[in-house]
Design a protein around this ligand. Structure first.
Ligand code: ACM
Ligand code: ZN
Length: 783
């Protein structure tokens, strides 16, 4: 540029170069200089000011850089590159902005109830925007047109905003895009742009489990609003469980007087339920926002709260308590008892009156058949109906309920277990145990909804499912035909709440749900580009009071071995997080790998922005003579629990009490036999290995562990056997070290451990006879 100066400035704030052009306005009498802020290829005048000399202007420029960088240039970013999630199918930015002010008017089509649009605009701008019927300048116009049912066009120019949609629902999608744009701009300005948009999948849902933990009506409504913001359109409301019945049914008042409350373990009761009035309020709130509420009434399993209320519906007659533990329980509705079906039809009749949804979810998952196998009435039913087994009895049960729903004009959805024993006509399968359920369903010409545990279980920790994993979710199961793919309705994220009471839900759902929203909208492409939009959305979520969690494990711990010394390493995916660790209550800030000279336990905390996260991460580090060596395995670990693979047992990082923490290596049904070559004859006096037990997950301590040593790797001498000191019946997740301390030092080159698996889950266990797991972490060798 002729007659201009360019100042370059590296911004540590957003890691990029900025340049400022100082030009002379020759028309002015005074020497005026105008500063343009360049951000990418956008150019934005920041300010005009008068200067006496170039030298001073340079100085002022530099001062202004830091002040203006965030405000003006970020404004330029948001006005030029709005961050919309899910990404629209097509987005074109034009010049200029539309500014909403007190003169802005609103035109809505008569055939849609879009009161929510003016509510949103008032909430976002503070202006009470008048509804009118005459298009004029400075108007926001919503109109129906001929495009696809769920598609909309959003066109913004400096004079008018137009949202055209193929349906009232599509107009709501357009409104949510506008809402995101307004939430990103404090000045009620929307950049001129054109968006052409519409979803790939028609079913984009979130399951909220309000049974394991009760959630308040306002909380549920808030979630509906958040779903709508991200163009998700289904709230799958999990309303009945072993641990609580949450929906008022007039004909069966004990369902809520008894079934909604469980012992809280402190002499009181925990629970709650939704009155019919509550439910009508939630459904109406959702309807206004284009969200369908699909109720789930679990049957024949996960029904212990109902059986505690009405034990005559069970095989044994009870009595039962509302369950207080988490898991799968054998008390289920009796399939041989006609009063069970009368009860369920009565309940569903009242449910249907409350929910306009075309779909009713009947659960159908995790149904132990033990009671049916031993129940005279159930066995009579098997005979009468010419059924082969209890799986077919389950199919009979589900089919009978499905037929009833059909008479009411409703479609039935069930978890993928409803495939067992034959899929009832018209049933929709929600595939959760991987993709196979969906494959089988579409193979048989049925619709399916995808929520596999691998990508969609938001109760799982970030160890298992982080935001990137969700973003890489392909809802179309592999190896199905194009025709079958058309039967995949979409997907859901499942927010089971066993370990997530209401205050924890935000941090589990966000930001992962943003990834799911984009996957199901069908515009997911580039993860790093998506992440940069998510970063913008944290500001939005802050404004909405969402207590979002993390994109992945906020602080990853690992170890390095350098010159046979163990170093602890802490890393965060976001370099702005500040990490602290304490050993023996002495807190330090982490900057670089720290050498570990003796076993120690670190408490790790971190800060994001100005907020400290007090959810301490505990990690034990254990230096020993075998650190970093690669053991030889007689039997391979199970692919689902590899931990760190071949260095899992020697990395000096010890597993916690959580079997999914990434440190525990799992073996299913077999023993563990591991040999380590210390490289040269080495003096040792102690051999130790750690194990985890969690019998709910079929994981048991080894019956015993044998340690052996050898100088040549051929002939091994047994040093001792350590027997299990704990009961397999202990319910809690716990760990135990099997340590052999020798009286005398021995010199050896090879060390071996053999840990014996209990084999099968014992007779008293719910999964008696199934292969048991053995979980090990660290095989330490010390002097
Ligand atoms: C399920 O997670 N049991 C559907
Ligand atoms: Zn029975």
């Amino acid at each position: 540029m002729l007659g201009s100066d360019i100042i370059y400035h590296w911004s540590g704030i957003d890691d990029r170069w900025w340049y400022f052009v100082v030009t002379e306005d020759t028309k002015s009498v005074l020497r005026k200089r105008q500063i343009f802020c360049h951000c990418g290829d956008a150019q934005l005048p920041i300010t005009l000011f008068t200067l006496a000399s170039m030298g001073r202007s340079m100085l002022i420029c530099k001062i202004l850089v830091s002040v203006l960088l965030i405000t003006s240039c970020n404004k330029s970013k948001s006005s030029k590159e709005p961050s919309i999630i899910p990404a629209p199918v097509e987005l074109n930015i034009q010049n200029g902005v539309f500014e909403i002010n007190e003169n802005t008017s609103l035109i809505l089509p008569e055939s849609c109830n879009l009161k929510i649009v003016s509510d949103y605009l008032i909430e976002l701008t503070g202006y009470s925007i008048n509804e009118t019927t005459n298009p004029s300048d400075n108007a926001i116009v919503f109109q129906l047109d001929e495009r696809g049912k769920n598609e909309y066009l959003l066109s913004v120019d400096p004079k008018q905003i137009t949202v055209s949609g193929g349906s009232c629902q599509a107009l709501l999608y357009g409104m949510q895009t506008l809402r995101q744009l307004l939430l990103q701009n404090q000045n009620h300005q929307i950049p001129a742009l054109t968006i052409v948009d519409g979803p790939r999948f028609e079913w984009r849902g979130l399951l909220l489990d309000c049974s394991r933990h009760f959630m308040e009506v306002d909380f549920v409504k808030r979630y509906i609003d958040l779903l709508a913001l991200y163009k998700m359109n289904v709230l799958h409301w999990h309303l009945t469980e072993d641990q609580g019945w949450r929906i008022e049914i007039d004909k069966y008042p004990k369902l809520t007087s008894i079934g909604a409350w469980r012992d809280d373990g402190k002499g009181g009761k925990y629970g709650g339920y939704y009155t019919k009035e509550n439910i009508r309020e939630v459904v109406a709130y959702a309807e206004e926002r284009g969200v369908t509420v699909v109720p789930e009434i679990e049957l024949p399993g996960h029904s212990q709260a109902a059986l505690a209320s009405y034990p005559n519906l069970s095989c044994t007659g009870g009595p039962f308590e509302v369950e207080t533990e988490w898991g799968v329980f054998k008390e289920i509705y009796c399939a041989g008892n006609d009063s069970t079906f009368i009860f369920l039809e009565d309940v569903l009749t009242e449910v249907i009156e409350l929910f306009p949804s075309e779909y009713i979810h009947i659960g159908g998952d995790e149904v132990p058949k033990f009671r049916w196998e031993h129940c005279e009435k159930c066995q009579r039913r098997v005979k009468e109906q010419n059924l082969h087994d209890e799986h077919e009895l389950q199919s009979y049960f589900i089919g009978r309920v499905g037929a009833f729903l059909e008479t009411k004009g409703k479609k039935m959805i069930g978890w993928d277990e409803i495939l067992e024993g034959g899929l009832p006509d018209g049933a929709i399968v929600q595939s959760w145990r991987g993709f196979d359920g969906a494959k089988a369903a579409v193979n048989q010409g049925h619709h399916a909804i995808m929520s596999p545990t691998s990508h969609a279980y938001f109760d799982y920790g970030l160890n298992d499912i982080d935001m990137e994993k969700v973003y890489n979710f392909d809802p179309i199961p592999p190896e199905i035909s194009q025709e079958e793919a058309q039967l995949i309705l979409g997907g859901e994220c499942n927010m089971w709440s066993e370990r997530a009471p209401q205050p924890k839900i935000d941090s589990k759902v966000f930001p992962r749900m943003l990834a799911m929203a984009e996957v199901l909208w069908g515009t997911s492409k580039n993860y790093s580009e998506f992440r940069s939009r998510v970063a913008d959305h944290y500001t939005l979520l802050d404004q909405l009071g969402v207590n979002y969690g993390f994109e992945k494990i906020p602080v990853q711990t690992s170890t390095q071995i350098r010159n046979r010394k163990l170093f602890a390493v802490l890393e965060s995916y976001d370099p702005t997080f500040k990490i602290h660790y304490s050993v023996n209550d002495e807190q330090q800030t982490y900057y670089e790998p720290v050498m570990i000279e003796e076993p120690q336990k670190w408490s790790i905390t971190f800060e994001r922005g100005g907020t400290s996260f007090r959810d301490t991460i505990m990690q034990a580090f254990h230096p020993h003579l075998a650190n970093g060596l690669i053991p030889e395995y007689a039997y391979k670990w199970n692919a689902n629990y590899p931990a760190g693979g071949e260095t899992a047992l020697t990395d000096g990082q010890r597993g916690s009490h959580q079997f999914r923490d990434g440190n525990w290596q799992g073996f299913w049904g077999n023993d563990i036999e591991v040999t380590i070559d210390l490289g040269a004859p080495t003096k040792i006096q102690e051999l130790s290995s750690g194990y985890l037990q969690y019998n709910n997950a079929w994981i048991f301590y080894p019956t015993d562990v044998t340690y052996k040593v050898s100088l040549d790797g051929e002939i091994f001498e047994e040093l001792g056997v350590i027997k299990n000191q704990k009961y397999p019946e202990d319910k809690k997740e716990a760990t135990q070290s099997y340590t052999l301390r020798l009286k005398d030092v021995v010199e050896t080159r090879y060390v071996k451990l053999i840990a014996n698996n209990i084999g099968e889950c014992p007779e008293w266990h719910d999964a008696a006879g199934s292969k048991a797991w053995l979980f090990i972490d660290e095989f330490s060798v010390s002097l």
